[in-house]
Design a protein around this ligand. Structure first.
Ligand SMILES: [Zn+2]
Length: 157
């Protein structure tokens, strides 16, 4: 078993990809399955490419979500977070989540980002990146707010 503080890629540890304040609060182990662990490695490799594109540290606010954690946060059961294929990120030293998403959007194929979502409400946004390409190509780069999903990266009014 790899220690959670061991780097699995040059800048990311397994601990960063499985940490969750909700899991800690609810005493959920949130231990990835071997299959999820393998996919988390692919996610970390994609995050390395994102990090070098932004040339700034990338902070993972949510990565792997086991079934119990996913239920606790009200995530959809088809979530790429559950399979270890997604991470929610911010990079304050680069810019706002909107600026991050705008920068990454034209590069999704190059960077191996399957899906890019600018998510949240004004003032509390993050960028969701996954390695899985959605079935509907139009869902590849979207903005999700309380009001629903919009195509592309949209600025919130
Ligand atoms: Zn997400």
């Amino acid at each position: 078993m790899t220690a959670n503080t061991t780097k699995i890629t040059p800048h990311f540890t397994i601990g960063e990809l499985i940490a969750s304040s909700t899991a800690t609060r609810l005493h959920l182990a949130n231990i990835p399955t071997p299959e999820a662990l393998r996919r988390l490695l692919g996610t970390a490799e994609m995050l390395e490419r994102v990090r070098s594109t932004l040339d700034a540290p990338v902070i993972i606010t949510s990565g792997y979500r086991g079934p119990a954690l996913n239920r606790a946060v009200g995530g959809v059961t088809s979530s790429d977070h559950m399979s270890g294929q997604a991470a929610d990120i911010i990079a304050p030293r680069f810019g706002t989540p909107y600026q991050i998403a705008k920068t990454l959007a034209p590069l999704v194929s190059v960077l191996g980002i399957g899906q890019l979502i600018l998510e949240g409400v004004k003032g509390k946004q993050w960028v969701h990146v996954s390695t899985r390409i959605p079935e509907k190509p139009s869902n590849r780069v979207i903005t999700i707010t309380d009001a629903g999903a919009q195509l592309g990266i949209q600025v919130l009014s």
